[in-house]
Design a protein around this ligand. Structure first.
Ligand code: 13P
Length: 265
């Protein structure tokens, strides 16, 4: 694989809409996002609506001349064929999708996706010029047993070991402690920073360059009230947001907090 130049680290705030929305909501949310983000600089923004609404989202973002990037919540490992119900990366590309969430804990848990299966998706996306947003993170029990770093390392190793650490060039890691997702029980900014720094240090053991440039987002109950504290941490390069991304006002406020905090360095 040609790993290309290492891109600079830029903050990215991404909305993962999960299984939410309808045509009216998509139209309203995108319209308000486009207006609300007018003039906001220095932070990349992406949204991952349900696959059903990608066509509509692509059209509306184009019409609004919005810089918001389109993402998807999942992808299959096959490009075409007899795989009922699955969606290929070629189809996602066809609708202008660039960022694809893989390894979300909800897919690991409810669809029994293994580290190896997720690694296959990661490599396939990279080979096809797409940006994997790789979710990693520990459960409540693993957290209590002090296994956070071991879990994150294992989830990363599944990918690094079948390729090379440079496969992380241009990819995005989203640290999402499972116990913080949708619970309102977010990790403190200090705790999240400690884990992000440790993840970066783990990657730096293999390549300092890759480690310094890989984007590591935090995810799990990010709200306007706690967002700026995360963005003020040196190793937190943005956020992957569920619930608070379903409302234009809260999502835009979080993005503005990222722009203000990160641009003030
Ligand atoms: P919440 O922001 O709703 O906790 O969800 C986080 C998440 O899972 C994003 O992928």
């Amino acid at each position: 694989m040609n790993y290309g130049d290492i891109p600079m680290r830029r903050p990215l705030v991404m909305g993962n809409w999960k299984l939410n929305g309808n045509k009216t909501m998509v139209a309203k949310l995108i319209k308000n996002l486009a207006t609300g983000l007018n003039g906001v600089e220095g932070v990349d923004v992406a949204i991952a609506p349900p696959v059903m609404y990608l066509d509509l989202a692509e059209q509306l973002l184009g019409k609004a001349e919005s810089k918001v990037t389109l993402g998807a919540q999942n992808v299959d490992i096959h490009l075409s064929g007899a795989f009922t119900g699955d969606i290929s990366l070629e189809m996602l590309k066809d609708f202008g999708v660039t960022h694809i969430i893989i390894g979300h804990s909800e897919r690991r848990e409810y669809h029994k996706e293994s580290d190896e299966f997720i690694a296959k998706k990661f490599i396939l996306l990279k080979k096809n010029g797409l940006i994997p947003v790789l979710c990693i993170g520990e459960s409540d029990a693993q957290n209590a047993a002090n296994e956070t770093l071991a879990v994150c390392a294992r989830q990363l190793d599944a990918i690094i070991n079948i390729q090379d650490v440079r496969v992380l060039h241009g990819a995005i890691i989203a640290y999402e402690p499972i116990w913080a997702i949708g619970t309102g029980k977010a990790a403190t900014a200090k705790e999240a920073q400690r884990i992000h720094a440790a993840i970066r240090a783990y990657i730096a053991e293999k390549s300092e360059d890759v480690a310094q440039n890989v984007i590591i987002q935090y995810g799990g109950s990010v709200k306007l009230e706690n967002a700026a504290a995360y963005f003020a941490q040196p190793d937190i390069d943005g956020a992957l947001i569920g619930g608070a991304a379903l409302n234009a006002e809260s999502f835009v406020s979080i993005i503005k907090a990222a722009a203000d905090t990160k641009n003030s360095y």
